[in-house]
Design a binder for this molecule. Structure first.
Ligand code: G3P
Length: 218
């Protein structure tokens, strides 16, 4: 399972990278705005900084909603660095742009996916990644994890190679459940990765090992 971090915050990206378990980064216009990154050139420069920090794929989202605009933006983004994955919205022109890019060997991530049918379309269009938003489904009293299970079944039925990138992951249990369901990738905040570390018995056990070592060596 790949771990992506879902942020445009350079310190958090560096911290996750430093732990040695980070496989990539996902961003979106909201995450960029949260870091105060606005304006086309600043956003481009920020993508370059993110690519310099990590080794893996970096999803960069287009803001156009028409095919021509998405192609123009996506081509410019993909030209920045080999690590860039062009992130496209799950709308008709987004599917068309996904097919266009996949035919050209440009990596894509189809985002804002909330149903198995949308995921099927993304796979048919040759998406590298599909991003089902599990937290936002949970927010409206719909089981987000069930969507992961449904997409896994559909993709396995037909051998689709599109990777299921569980997005809108909010916490550690989302990560664990996605792993059990066979999501290829999860993207979440740093806290969802850090949370995996925690167990009180680990802390108690370590304290005892160190105390016993001290006793034996004093
Ligand atoms: O990965 C998609 C993500 O950024 C949305 O997350 O927490 O805003 O639903 P959230």
């Amino acid at each position: 399972m790949k771990f992506f971090i879902d942020t445009a915050n350079l310190d958090q990206i560096a911290e996750a990278q430093d732990m040695g378990v980070l496989d990539g980064v996902t961003t979106n216009p909201s995450l960029m705005a949260k870091e105060g990154i606005t304006g086309e050139q600043n956003i481009i420069d920020h993508y370059k900084k993110i690519c310099d920090l990590v080794d893996g794929h970096v999803s960069a989202e287009v803001i156009s909603t028409d095919f021509e605009g998405m192609v123009k933006e996506g081509e410019a983004l993909a030209a920045l660095n080999d690590q860039i994955v062009v992130k496209l919205p799950m709308i008709k022109d987004g599917v068309k742009a996904c097919k266009y890019f996949s035919d050209k060997g440009v990596k894509t991530n189809v985002t804002l996916v909330f149903s198995p049918g949308q995921a099927l379309l993304a796979a048919k269009a040759g998406a590298t990644y599909v991003s089902p938003f599990i937290g936002r489904l949970d927010d409206i009293s719909t089981d987000g994890l069930n969507l992961i299970a449904e997409i896994r079944m559909i993709y396995d039925n037909y051998g689709f190679e599109t990777e299921i990138l569980a997005a809108s992951v909010r916490h550690t249990m989302h990560v664990i459940e996605c792993a059990k369901l066979g999501a290829d990738v999860m993207t979440g905040p740093l806290s969802s990765i850090d949370g995996l570390l925690k167990h009180p018995l680990t802390d108690i056990g370590l304290a005892k090992f160190l105390a016993d070592y001290k006793k034996g060596n004093s």
